[in-house]
Design a protein around this ligand. Structure first.
Ligand SMILES: Cc1ncc(COP(=O)(O)O)c(C=O)c1O
Length: 296
Protein backbone atom coordinates (compact mmCIF):
# COMPACT_ATOMS: atom_id res chain seq x y z
CA UNK A 1 0.00 0.00 0.00
CA UNK A 2 2.88 2.36 0.73
CA UNK A 3 3.67 2.68 -3.00
CA UNK A 4 0.28 4.08 -4.01
CA UNK A 5 -1.37 5.21 -0.75
CA UNK A 6 -4.83 5.15 -2.27
CA UNK A 7 -7.81 3.10 -1.13
CA UNK A 8 -9.32 3.61 -4.59
CA UNK A 9 -6.38 1.81 -6.17
CA UNK A 10 -6.40 -0.81 -3.42
CA UNK A 11 -10.10 -1.43 -4.15
CA UNK A 12 -9.18 -2.23 -7.74
CA UNK A 13 -6.67 -4.78 -6.48
CA UNK A 14 -9.32 -6.23 -4.16
CA UNK A 15 -11.79 -6.48 -7.06
CA UNK A 16 -9.11 -8.43 -8.89
CA UNK A 17 -8.60 -10.93 -6.09
CA UNK A 18 -6.24 -9.40 -3.54
CA UNK A 19 -7.23 -10.44 -0.04
CA UNK A 20 -4.27 -9.37 2.06
CA UNK A 21 -2.56 -5.98 2.02
CA UNK A 22 0.78 -4.90 3.37
CA UNK A 23 1.15 -1.40 4.84
CA UNK A 24 4.08 0.67 6.08
CA UNK A 25 2.32 3.14 8.36
CA UNK A 26 -0.41 3.12 10.99
CA UNK A 27 -2.21 5.71 8.86
CA UNK A 28 -2.34 3.27 5.94
CA UNK A 29 -3.66 0.52 8.23
CA UNK A 30 -6.40 2.79 9.59
CA UNK A 31 -7.40 4.01 6.13
CA UNK A 32 -7.52 0.53 4.65
CA UNK A 33 -9.64 -0.69 7.57
CA UNK A 34 -12.04 2.26 7.25
CA UNK A 35 -12.42 1.59 3.52
CA UNK A 36 -13.53 -1.99 4.17
CA UNK A 37 -10.24 -3.41 2.87
CA UNK A 38 -9.19 -4.95 6.17
CA UNK A 39 -9.64 -8.65 5.45
CA UNK A 40 -5.99 -9.26 6.39
CA UNK A 41 -3.71 -6.26 6.95
CA UNK A 42 -0.02 -6.51 7.76
CA UNK A 43 1.89 -3.57 9.19
CA UNK A 44 5.25 -4.62 7.74
CA UNK A 45 7.09 -2.09 9.81
CA UNK A 46 7.97 -1.53 13.43
CA UNK A 47 5.85 1.01 15.32
CA UNK A 48 5.61 2.19 18.91
CA UNK A 49 2.36 3.99 18.12
CA UNK A 50 0.13 0.93 17.88
CA UNK A 51 -2.55 2.09 20.30
CA UNK A 52 -4.10 3.92 17.35
CA UNK A 53 -5.01 0.46 16.04
CA UNK A 54 -6.66 -0.86 19.21
CA UNK A 55 -10.16 0.15 18.19
CA UNK A 56 -9.81 -1.43 14.75
CA UNK A 57 -8.68 -4.69 16.34
CA UNK A 58 -11.35 -4.73 19.04
CA UNK A 59 -14.22 -3.76 16.77
CA UNK A 60 -13.28 -6.52 14.35
CA UNK A 61 -13.34 -4.05 11.44
CA UNK A 62 -10.03 -5.47 10.25
CA UNK A 63 -7.65 -8.31 10.92
CA UNK A 64 -4.42 -6.66 12.04
CA UNK A 65 -0.98 -8.24 12.13
CA UNK A 66 2.10 -6.21 13.04
CA UNK A 67 5.82 -6.77 12.58
CA UNK A 68 7.91 -6.89 15.76
CA UNK A 69 11.67 -7.25 16.13
CA UNK A 70 12.44 -6.38 19.76
CA UNK A 71 11.16 -6.62 23.31
CA UNK A 72 10.03 -2.99 23.02
CA UNK A 73 7.95 -3.50 19.88
CA UNK A 74 6.40 -6.63 21.37
CA UNK A 75 5.50 -4.62 24.48
CA UNK A 76 3.95 -1.88 22.31
CA UNK A 77 1.83 -4.47 20.49
CA UNK A 78 0.71 -6.09 23.75
CA UNK A 79 -0.11 -2.76 25.31
CA UNK A 80 -2.20 -1.79 22.26
CA UNK A 81 -4.09 -5.10 22.56
CA UNK A 82 -2.93 -6.17 19.09
CA UNK A 83 -3.59 -9.88 18.74
CA UNK A 84 -1.32 -11.07 15.92
CA UNK A 85 2.29 -10.51 14.95
CA UNK A 86 5.07 -11.58 12.62
CA UNK A 87 8.67 -11.70 13.78
CA UNK A 88 10.63 -9.37 11.48
CA UNK A 89 14.04 -10.83 10.63
CA UNK A 90 16.99 -9.09 9.03
CA UNK A 91 17.96 -10.89 5.84
CA UNK A 92 20.94 -8.80 4.76
CA UNK A 93 19.65 -5.25 4.54
CA UNK A 94 20.71 -3.00 7.42
CA UNK A 95 17.22 -1.93 8.45
CA UNK A 96 14.58 -3.34 10.78
CA UNK A 97 14.51 -7.01 11.77
CA UNK A 98 16.10 -9.15 14.48
CA UNK A 99 18.98 -11.52 13.87
CA UNK A 100 17.70 -14.88 12.56
CA UNK A 101 19.15 -16.62 15.63
CA UNK A 102 17.06 -14.40 17.94
CA UNK A 103 13.73 -14.94 16.16
CA UNK A 104 12.71 -18.01 18.19
CA UNK A 105 13.32 -16.25 21.51
CA UNK A 106 11.25 -13.23 20.44
CA UNK A 107 8.43 -15.49 19.21
CA UNK A 108 8.37 -17.25 22.56
CA UNK A 109 8.34 -13.93 24.40
CA UNK A 110 5.49 -12.63 22.20
CA UNK A 111 3.45 -15.79 22.75
CA UNK A 112 4.07 -15.70 26.48
CA UNK A 113 2.47 -12.26 26.47
CA UNK A 114 -0.60 -13.40 24.59
CA UNK A 115 0.25 -12.54 20.99
CA UNK A 116 -0.42 -15.06 18.28
CA UNK A 117 2.72 -15.28 16.16
CA UNK A 118 1.69 -16.07 12.60
CA UNK A 119 5.21 -16.49 11.22
CA UNK A 120 8.07 -14.33 9.97
CA UNK A 121 8.79 -11.51 7.57
CA UNK A 122 12.08 -10.42 6.02
CA UNK A 123 12.59 -7.82 3.32
CA UNK A 124 15.47 -8.37 0.91
CA UNK A 125 15.37 -4.76 -0.29
CA UNK A 126 19.13 -4.69 -0.93
CA UNK A 127 18.69 -7.25 -3.74
CA UNK A 128 15.90 -5.65 -5.79
CA UNK A 129 18.32 -4.09 -8.24
CA UNK A 130 20.81 -6.95 -8.59
CA UNK A 131 21.49 -8.05 -12.17
CA UNK A 132 19.34 -10.91 -13.43
CA UNK A 133 22.05 -13.58 -13.47
CA UNK A 134 22.99 -13.23 -9.78
CA UNK A 135 19.69 -12.09 -8.30
CA UNK A 136 18.06 -15.49 -7.85
CA UNK A 137 21.09 -16.90 -6.07
CA UNK A 138 21.45 -13.93 -3.72
CA UNK A 139 17.72 -14.03 -2.93
CA UNK A 140 17.98 -17.75 -2.17
CA UNK A 141 20.80 -17.09 0.31
CA UNK A 142 18.87 -14.26 1.88
CA UNK A 143 15.72 -16.37 2.16
CA UNK A 144 17.68 -19.20 3.75
CA UNK A 145 18.15 -16.84 6.70
CA UNK A 146 14.41 -16.21 6.81
CA UNK A 147 13.53 -19.90 6.59
CA UNK A 148 15.97 -20.69 9.40
CA UNK A 149 14.09 -18.14 11.50
CA UNK A 150 10.71 -19.49 10.33
CA UNK A 151 11.68 -22.93 11.64
CA UNK A 152 12.40 -21.50 15.06
CA UNK A 153 9.32 -19.26 15.10
CA UNK A 154 6.60 -21.57 13.77
CA UNK A 155 3.38 -20.32 12.20
CA UNK A 156 2.57 -20.56 8.52
CA UNK A 157 3.49 -17.15 7.07
CA UNK A 158 6.80 -16.33 5.42
CA UNK A 159 6.34 -12.77 4.16
CA UNK A 160 8.82 -10.85 2.01
CA UNK A 161 9.82 -9.99 -1.51
CA UNK A 162 9.16 -6.96 -3.64
CA UNK A 163 8.67 -5.82 -7.20
CA UNK A 164 12.31 -6.52 -8.01
CA UNK A 165 12.26 -10.10 -6.74
CA UNK A 166 8.65 -11.22 -7.23
CA UNK A 167 9.59 -13.73 -9.92
CA UNK A 168 12.66 -15.23 -8.23
CA UNK A 169 11.58 -15.28 -4.60
CA UNK A 170 9.87 -18.66 -4.52
CA UNK A 171 10.38 -19.11 -0.77
CA UNK A 172 7.86 -16.65 0.60
CA UNK A 173 4.21 -17.55 1.15
CA UNK A 174 3.17 -13.95 0.52
CA UNK A 175 4.77 -11.18 -1.52
CA UNK A 176 5.05 -7.64 -0.21
CA UNK A 177 5.35 -6.04 -3.66
CA UNK A 178 3.62 -2.73 -4.38
CA UNK A 179 5.63 -0.60 -6.81
CA UNK A 180 4.56 -2.88 -9.66
CA UNK A 181 1.14 -1.18 -9.69
CA UNK A 182 2.53 2.12 -10.95
CA UNK A 183 6.29 1.72 -11.53
CA UNK A 184 8.93 4.38 -12.16
CA UNK A 185 11.99 4.87 -14.39
CA UNK A 186 14.36 3.24 -11.94
CA UNK A 187 12.34 0.10 -11.31
CA UNK A 188 11.35 -0.66 -14.91
CA UNK A 189 15.00 -1.57 -15.55
CA UNK A 190 14.85 -4.22 -12.80
CA UNK A 191 11.33 -5.60 -13.17
CA UNK A 192 10.65 -5.64 -16.88
CA UNK A 193 7.32 -7.49 -16.55
CA UNK A 194 5.66 -4.28 -15.44
CA UNK A 195 5.02 -1.10 -17.37
CA UNK A 196 5.16 2.43 -16.17
CA UNK A 197 1.73 3.88 -15.44
CA UNK A 198 2.69 6.92 -13.39
CA UNK A 199 3.33 10.37 -14.83
CA UNK A 200 3.38 13.83 -13.40
CA UNK A 201 1.78 16.15 -15.92
CA UNK A 202 3.52 19.51 -15.84
CA UNK A 203 3.04 22.75 -17.76
CA UNK A 204 5.67 24.67 -19.72
CA UNK A 205 5.80 28.05 -17.97
CA UNK A 206 8.84 29.54 -19.70
CA UNK A 207 11.02 28.71 -22.69
CA UNK A 208 13.56 29.90 -25.19
CA UNK A 209 15.09 28.18 -28.20
CA UNK A 210 17.41 26.01 -26.06
CA UNK A 211 15.52 25.08 -22.93
CA UNK A 212 12.11 25.03 -21.35
CA UNK A 213 10.90 25.21 -17.75
CA UNK A 214 8.15 23.05 -16.24
CA UNK A 215 6.11 23.95 -13.17
CA UNK A 216 6.94 20.79 -11.20
CA UNK A 217 10.12 20.37 -9.20
CA UNK A 218 11.55 18.84 -6.07
CA UNK A 219 8.19 19.20 -4.31
CA UNK A 220 6.50 17.03 -6.94
CA UNK A 221 9.00 14.16 -7.28
CA UNK A 222 10.79 11.65 -5.10
CA UNK A 223 14.37 12.36 -6.14
CA UNK A 224 16.47 9.79 -4.29
CA UNK A 225 16.67 7.56 -7.38
CA UNK A 226 17.72 10.39 -9.68
CA UNK A 227 16.13 12.89 -12.01
CA UNK A 228 12.71 12.26 -13.49
CA UNK A 229 12.44 11.68 -17.25
CA UNK A 230 10.82 14.35 -19.39
CA UNK A 231 8.94 12.67 -22.24
CA UNK A 232 9.07 13.70 -25.91
CA UNK A 233 10.33 17.26 -25.71
CA UNK A 234 13.83 16.99 -24.26
CA UNK A 235 16.10 15.91 -21.42
CA UNK A 236 15.91 16.96 -17.81
CA UNK A 237 18.86 19.26 -17.06
CA UNK A 238 18.11 19.81 -13.41
CA UNK A 239 15.31 19.99 -10.89
CA UNK A 240 14.86 22.86 -8.47
CA UNK A 241 12.25 23.56 -5.81
CA UNK A 242 9.38 24.43 -8.15
CA UNK A 243 10.86 23.67 -11.60
CA UNK A 244 12.35 21.20 -14.03
CA UNK A 245 14.62 22.79 -16.58
CA UNK A 246 14.88 20.63 -19.69
CA UNK A 247 17.07 20.98 -22.75
CA UNK A 248 14.94 21.05 -25.88
CA UNK A 249 15.45 17.96 -28.02
CA UNK A 250 16.60 18.58 -31.58
CA UNK A 251 13.61 19.38 -33.75
CA UNK A 252 11.31 19.70 -30.71
CA UNK A 253 9.44 22.86 -30.05
CA UNK A 254 7.24 23.78 -27.12
CA UNK A 255 4.92 26.64 -26.40
CA UNK A 256 4.26 28.19 -23.01
CA UNK A 257 1.17 26.42 -21.72
CA UNK A 258 1.98 23.04 -23.29
CA UNK A 259 1.51 20.12 -20.97
CA UNK A 260 4.33 17.60 -20.74
CA UNK A 261 4.45 14.19 -19.12
CA UNK A 262 7.29 13.46 -16.75
CA UNK A 263 8.08 9.98 -15.39
CA UNK A 264 9.25 9.90 -11.77
CA UNK A 265 12.39 7.97 -10.80
CA UNK A 266 10.87 6.70 -7.52
CA UNK A 267 7.17 5.95 -7.23
CA UNK A 268 6.55 5.95 -3.45
CA UNK A 269 7.90 9.36 -2.47
CA UNK A 270 6.41 10.87 -5.65
CA UNK A 271 2.87 9.66 -5.03
CA UNK A 272 3.01 10.80 -1.41
CA UNK A 273 3.53 14.38 -2.59
CA UNK A 274 0.27 14.49 -4.55
CA UNK A 275 -3.32 14.72 -3.43
CA UNK A 276 -4.85 12.70 -6.22
CA UNK A 277 -4.21 10.42 -9.15
CA UNK A 278 -5.95 11.16 -12.45
CA UNK A 279 -6.71 7.95 -14.30
CA UNK A 280 -6.50 8.68 -18.01
CA UNK A 281 -7.34 6.94 -21.24
CA UNK A 282 -5.24 8.91 -23.71
CA UNK A 283 -5.98 12.51 -22.80
CA UNK A 284 -9.36 11.79 -21.26
CA UNK A 285 -9.59 11.71 -17.46
CA UNK A 286 -11.84 8.78 -16.67
CA UNK A 287 -11.50 8.67 -12.88
CA UNK A 288 -9.88 10.60 -10.07
CA UNK A 289 -8.48 8.65 -7.14
CA UNK A 290 -7.60 10.40 -3.89
CA UNK A 291 -4.20 9.66 -2.43
CA UNK A 292 -6.00 9.36 0.88
CA UNK A 293 -3.42 7.41 2.90
CA UNK A 294 -0.73 10.09 3.07
CA UNK A 295 0.70 11.19 6.40
CA UNK A 296 1.47 8.98 9.37
C1 LIG B 1 8.96 -3.95 4.14
C2 LIG B 1 8.90 -3.84 2.66
N1 LIG B 1 8.50 -4.91 1.97
C3 LIG B 1 8.44 -4.88 0.63
C4 LIG B 1 8.81 -3.77 -0.09
C5 LIG B 1 8.82 -3.90 -1.58
O1 LIG B 1 8.08 -3.05 -2.30
P1 LIG B 1 8.37 -2.77 -3.83
O2 LIG B 1 7.16 -3.22 -4.54
O3 LIG B 1 8.58 -1.29 -3.88
O4 LIG B 1 9.59 -3.52 -4.26
C6 LIG B 1 9.26 -2.63 0.59
C7 LIG B 1 9.69 -1.43 -0.16
O5 LIG B 1 10.39 -0.57 0.27
C8 LIG B 1 9.32 -2.68 2.00
O6 LIG B 1 9.75 -1.62 2.71
Amino acid sequence: VKAFKSTALASRLAENGHRGFCCATVREMLGMAAAGLGHDLLLANESLDLSRLTEVVESGVARVTVAVDSEETIAAAVQARIREALIDVTVGMPRCGCEPADAGRLAELARSQGLEVRGVMGYEGHLMREPGDTKADLVRRSMELLLEAADAVGGDIVSGGGTGTWDVNTWVTELQAGSYCLMDTEYTAHASDFENALFVQATVISKNDRWGVLDAGLKAFGMDHGDPKVLDVGDCWFVSDEHITFGLAEGASVTVGDRVRVVPAHVDPTVSQHERLHVVDGDEVIEIWDVDLRGW
